[in-house]
Write a protein that binds this ligand. Sequence first.
Ligand SMILES: NC(=O)CCC(=O)C(=O)O
Length: 263
Amino acid sequence: MKIGCIQLNIGLGTVEANFAHAETKIRETAKLGAEIIVLPEMWNTGYALEQLSALADAEGERTKAFLQGLAKELHVHIVGGSVATKKGNQFYNTMYTVTNEGELAGEYSKAHLFRLMDEHLYLEAGDAMNRFAFGDIEAAGVICYDIRFPEWLRAHALAGAKVLFVPAQWPTPRIDHWKTLLQARAIENQCFVIAVNRIADKEEEFNGQSMIIQPWGEVLWIGAKDEEVAVIDVDFSVVDEIRERIPVYDDRRPNLYSGLLNQ
Ligand SMILES: NC(=O)CCC(=O)C(=O)O
């Protein structure tokens, strides 16, 4: 399966330019043969949180139509990163995934809000999981800071996900955390992790280094520190083989610790 990762350069609050740029890059990635395309976090607005009432996508309608139209036309599955949305009177950081037939496969609002970037002051947290499938590929999606919560990713793996998609806006000063956490989540859940970070000219420092990690922890690809489109071939069938080799899921002792986590 060919995975197209787009390390998008996102403008702060420039919604029209961001949509136009995303479209150009999605078309370019599809032309390179990608079968699944992945975008970064909050690509419509960047972290223009103070301007959400003017900029957020009402009920995600524009984003859904945009992604569904391109997915169908280009016959490519899209993990639509995430966008700032307004649902009812509240704002969210929402991921939409669509199949290559243009069907909405998943909708998820970030469950863990990142205080260091003021998300808790402007956004509401989502409270539902994000499991979906692209054909026979069982997948899940979480957003950026969510990767610091291993229980949350484990819950998605226990629900059947074999590939975890992680759109992000992860700043450069903590890029070592990013790399280590992603690798750990892949190894402990025996899943593929496909994580796409953004690029920025202004704002905080964001310099990509997106990653595709296979379930044994091997890094199959790491993105450049600049805007980049990459298409990487992955073989999802190794998940089952690795889960048989070290049967972590059979050896779990949930009775021992699930109560302890519930506090
Ligand atoms: N956008 C985010 O959730 C950033 C998370 C982050 O930087 C972290 O260190 O965690």
